[in-house]
Design a binder for this molecule. Structure first.
Ligand code: RTP
Ligand code: MG
Length: 139
């Protein structure tokens, strides 16, 4: 089944100029980019995006970090796109990420882990709508 998923290249990766390298890994996997832009989240916008984690101990640190610099948000499309992108991202904690994954290659630690990808069709819908209007999505 063809699926769309929301990707974020997080502040730690943009700051290290890794947008191109990460996009190359994404494109080499066969996933297609159907929307893309660069922006900086406010603290409140980061809180809104990560609302599901609001009761976690790392919420304040996570939203500080996610609003600390520019990010690149994109919508990716492909066969089993949601799981496929999570596979090429690798485990949340880079210490557990497999060789060849984005997080293995670039993540700094469990928080500054370079990329985000939606985890299910329902969250993908909410996350895509958080950043993109219909007019900004190709096809
Ligand atoms: P993401 O949502 O960003 O794609 O990552 P994920 O599903 O692999 O991880 P999730 O459990 O949803 O956590 C969201 C983000 O919060 C940060 N985090 N910090 N300090 C910690 O223990 C901790 N755990 C998670 C990471 O930036 C993680 O990607
Ligand atoms: Mg998640």
């Amino acid at each position: 089944m063809t699926q769309r998923t929301l990707s974020i290249i997080k502040p730690d990766a943009v700051q290290r100029n890794l947008q191109g390298a990460i996009m190359k890994m994404i494109q080499d996997s066969g996933l297609k980019i159907v929307a893309m832009k660069m922006l900086r989240l406010s603290k409140d916008e980061a809180r809104g995006f990560y609302d599901v984690h609001k009761d976690r101990p790392f919420f304040d640190s996570l939203t500080d970090y996610m609003s600390s610099g520019p990010i690149v948000v994109s919508i990716l499309e492909g066969e089993n796109g949601i799981d496929k992108y999570r596979e090429i991202m690798g485990a949340t904690n880079p210490e557990n990420a497999q060789e060849g994954t984005i997080r293995k290659a670039y993540a700094l630690d469990i928080e500054k882990n370079s990329v985000h990808g939606s985890d299910a069709p329902e969250t993908a819908q909410v996350e895509m709508a958080y950043f993109f209007s219909k007019m900004e999505m190709v096809g």
